[in-house]
Design a protein around this ligand. Structure first.
Ligand SMILES: [Zn+2]
Length: 171
């Protein structure tokens, strides 16, 4: 999924978690959720560096890193929550939602069983980086996939409805 889908899913998930646990939801939480749900992709930087160093082509290999696994995010999410005094469940859940989205429609998927297995799992895998498609060419191929377009569109619409009601409510 794209960074927009990750941010939108973060807002939707945070809203559901806050409501389910009778905690407040406001635009600050929404912003934090959008940020936290994109955090696992910081390892893209390593992927770019690695690709440049090795002169490799093709897509960024960051989904094959241990930094994109549930076990890592349960531990690292716990440390972040403790260090920044954030709700543990929210931080870990947002990272796991990120990994779920990275398992849908991608061409490689996520190592859900790491460190026991290094196999990457993906639902409805799509070879969108085939023929070296990157940047705009990649996104053109991505948005021509009805399933991915539908999932991303639904997430964005729900996130905007939630944000809209939270903005309008105080007035
Ligand atoms: Zn990711």
């Amino acid at each position: 999924m794209t960074v927009m889908a990750h941010a939108a899913a973060g807002v939707v998930a945070a809203y559901m978690i806050q409501r389910a646990t009778h905690q407040p939801f406001h635009l600050g939480i929404a912003g934090l959720a959008a940020l936290l749900s994109g955090l696992p992709d910081l390892d893209l930087l390593w992927g770019w560096w690695h690709r440049r160093r090795t002169g490799g082509e093709g897509h960024n290999p960051h989904h094959a890193l241990w930094t994109h696994t549930p076990l890592f995010w349960v531990i690292w999410g716990g440390i972040l929550a403790w260090g920044f005094h954030l709700p543990l469940g929210l931080v870990v859940a947002l990272a796991l939602v990120h990994l779920v989205l990275d398992s849908i429609g991608t061409d490689d998927g996520i190592m859900w069983l790491w460190p026991w297995r290094r196999q990457q799992y993906a639902l409805w895998p799509r070879d969108l980086h085939a023929a070296g498609a990157r940047g705009l060419a990649f996104y053109r191929r991505y948005y021509r996939q009805p399933l991915l377009l539908a999932i991303e569109g639904v997430l964005l619409v729900i996130a905007f409805i939630i944000l809209g009601t939270e903005i309008i409510r105080p007035f």
